[in-house]
Design a protein around this ligand. Structure first.
Ligand code: K7E
Ligand code: CUA
Length: 660
């Protein structure tokens, strides 16, 4: 198919949703006016001059890359990939002895995941820049990334879960992160027929304690009907203490969901009173399930450790009154987003033509009046009309996600009609719309899900980029688009590619983070058992077939850089300590034939590469990070003798050999 016919299809979709072709046509050219003046204005709006910083850090989910990428806004410049759930050879994440344990789960070592939702820690409902969290969907996990080091420091697995999608949304003071099941499963999981879905499959909503680094823990779980729990957002202000989850497949089907789970006119938003859950747990309600899940964290030696947990507290709505209510919501809702005041709860019905917006005040009144349609598994279902604040009509086809600008407007993505629709809170009128290229999922306004949005930019996170970038074979770049929302009319400023599929993203003013960066780790405080804090502390120790080399790196040599007496089949542990005490001076390390990734060692830190030589010979090793004018001289040799050879073990640098 030609370029123009593909594009035509998308445009047709957009035009249909916009109501008339004329409405769409007047916005042609993708929102950037076609005149030279408009293009120059857009270019100027995103231009960050050489030597200048971006205004915002943006944290983009890497989707099926399993990682998080950090970009600057408005430039769209890539600053860093932070490895989270996926091994990352660029810096040895998940390969080194110090990081492998981070990827341990109850299923063993799982070096990949599908990461969708970055979530900044908050204080009083406002992002505070301490940490960012992200979910792993496939093998249910939640990770913490420390924003002073941009390193993943903690990963907790979620028991009694599957498809951890509605995660890791946070409560306003970072007390809890939530994690819930996209896929209901037998709980406890066991060998039963899939056809017994309706009787035996359940969902869970987990609350994870988040406020103490290194101490994430599943505080409790709520057992839910066997629906698919899709997204969540916590209440704030008047609705603080509640958290809202979309669900679909209230049909409780287990096959051909595209048809079978789309039959009902409405599914539900589950409104969960988490303070009530705390009370019930404190008063002993519920049960303790024996389960196995792992908690991994980086300890104060900078070494990942795994702690196995064996139980979890589970409560059921039927045993804890006033815990959960269902708000009927049309049609297989996806996103659920709470406005900055905490009063309005907007849902994105994937198959709906309107955006339903619920009122927290009306919800509380309906609960008070016991205005229930029915009760499902101890969960009262409120009446749609009783909780509805309004419906946004003409909101595009396939509304998915909404964010807010803090100035009384909301912005919703429409996946099918490929546009962002701006509407007014209270009047529920659409006031502007802009096409995006194409098939937009999430959108992001810095702070746009918080009490204090920075309503200046909006980033549309698109699934498809046909004809927007130079083509690169069957798979094309994933795409984000930066839109100016500072005026009445949205204005497209910039297209930029992302790494992996960008589901959600978050952003925060650069000033909150940039001056808190750790520049290096203190060598004096390095407590790694194989650290060499000076060249004098370097050593080589044979323990049977394991050989430990406590080595140092400094511009521009290793100590030792000559090693003899290794034998075929030895496991050689190169423990490399970077002696630098200065910013931006990592050293790398790689050895020929190593069946692993390189090391990238931060100043003051120790990292370990395990090398198992297979043949006698002399093998070079070298620094992989161009660290100085004499970086190419930063190298060494390891001599490997046959198994059982009598070659004495000795090592040194500069011609002086040492031995034990
Ligand atoms: Cu809408 Cu996983 Cu949040 Cu993708 S999800 S778009
Ligand atoms: Cu050290 Cu290059």
């Amino acid at each position: 198919m030609g370029r123009s016919s593909n594009r035509g299809l998308y445009l047709l979709g957009a035009a249909l949703a916009a109501g008339t072709v004329a409405t769409f046509a007047c916005q042609g050219g993708g929102g950037v006016g076609t005149g030279a003046g408009d293009l120059a204005a857009a270019a100027q709006a995103v231009y960050v001059a050489p030597g200048s910083y971006d205004e915002f850090y943006a944290f983009m989910s890497g989707g099926f890359s399993g990682n998080l990428t950090v970009m600057g806004l408005p430039s769209g410049r890539l600053l860093k990939t932070v490895p989270v759930f996926s091994q990352f050879p660029e810096n040895g994440w998940g390969y080194t002895d110090e990081t492998k344990a981070m990827l341990e789960t109850s299923h063993g070592f799982v070096p990949w995941d599908d990461a969708h939702h970055p979530e900044l820690s908050m204080t009083d409902g406002v992002p505070d820049g301490r940490w960012i969290f992200i979910n792993g969907n496939n093998t249910p996990r939640v990770a913490r990334i420390d924003l002073t080091t941009f390193e993943t420091t903690e990963i907790i697995e979620i028991p009694n879960s599957a498809g951890n999608h509605a995660s890791p949304f946070i409560t306003p003071n970072s007390d809890y992160l939530v994690a819930s099941t996209r896929f209901s499963v037998p709980i406890p999981n066991r060998d039963i027929s899939i056809e017994e879905y309706k009787e035996n499959f359940k969902g869970t909503i987990s609350f994870i304690r988040a406020s103490q680094p290194g101490q994430m823990d599943v505080a409790f779980q709520i057992l839910m009907p066997g629906y698919n729990y899709d997204l969540a957002h916590a209440g704030k202000g008047p609705s603080d203490g509640w958290i809202f989850f979309t669900s679909y497949n209230s049909e409780e089907e287990h096959t051909l969901l595209e048809i079978n789970a789309s039959r009902k006119d409405k599914d539900f938003i589950a409104a969960v009173n988490w303070r009530r859950a705390e009370e019930c747990v404190a008063s002993g309600a519920g049960r303790t399930d024996q389960v196995r899940y792992q908690h991994n964290y980086i300890d104060d030696r900078h070494i990942a450790v795994t702690e196995e947990k064996t139980s979890v507290r589970v409560i059921e709505p039927a045993d804890c009154g006033n815990l959960v209510y269902f708000l009927p919501t049309p049609k297989s809702p996806h996103g659920v987003d709470v406005d900055p005041t905490g009063e309005y709860i907007a849902a994105g019905g994937k198959l709906a033509t309107v955006i339903p917006v619920h009122s927290f005040t009306k919800m509380m009144a309906a609960i008070e009046a016991e205005d229930f349609e029915q009760i499902i598994d101890g969960i009262p279902v409120l009446k749609y009309e009783s909780v509805l604040a309004g419906e946004v009509a003409d909101a595009g086809l396939g509304p998915l996600h909404t964010e807010f600008d803090g100035k009384g407007y909301a912005y919703t993505t429409a996946f099918i009609s490929s546009e962002v629709v701006k509407w007014q809170i209270g009047t529920w009128q659409v006031v502007d719309r802009i096409p995006v290229y194409y098939s937009v999922g999430h959108l992001m306004i810095p702070g746009g899900d918080s009490r204090q949005p920075a309503g200046k930019y909006l980033v549309a996170l698109n699934k498809i980029t046909k004809d927007r970038y130079l083509p690169t074979g069957p798979e094309l770049a994933h795409s984000a688009q930066l839109i100016d929302i500072s005026g009445d009319k949205m204005r497209l400023l910039l297209d930029f590619p992302t790494q992996g599929e960008p589901h959600y993203a978050q952003a925060i003013a650069a000033d909150i983070i940039k001056d808190k960066q750790v520049q290096f780790f203190s060598l004096a405080e390095n407590r790694h058992p194989w650290a060499a804090r000076s060249e004098a502390e370097t050593r080589v120790v044979r323990q049977g077939r394991n050989v430990h080399v406590a080595m140092t790196a400094i511009r521009s040599h290793f100590v030792p850089d000559n090693i003899e007496g290794l034998q075929v089949g030895d496991s050689v542990f190169f423990h490399v300590t970077n002696l630098e005490q200065d910013w931006d001076v990592p050293h790398g390390f790689a050895a020929m034939g190593g069946n692993t990734a390189e090391l990238l060692v931060m100043p003051g830190q120790t990292r370990t590469l395990v090398w198992v030589p297979q043949q006698p010979g002399v093998y070079p090793f070298y620094c992989t990070d161009f660290c100085s004018a004499l970086h190419q001289e930063m190298q060494g040799y390891a001599r490997v003798s046959p198994r059982g050879a009598s070659t004495p073990m000795r090592w040194g640098t500069g011609g002086t050999w040492k031995s034990n």
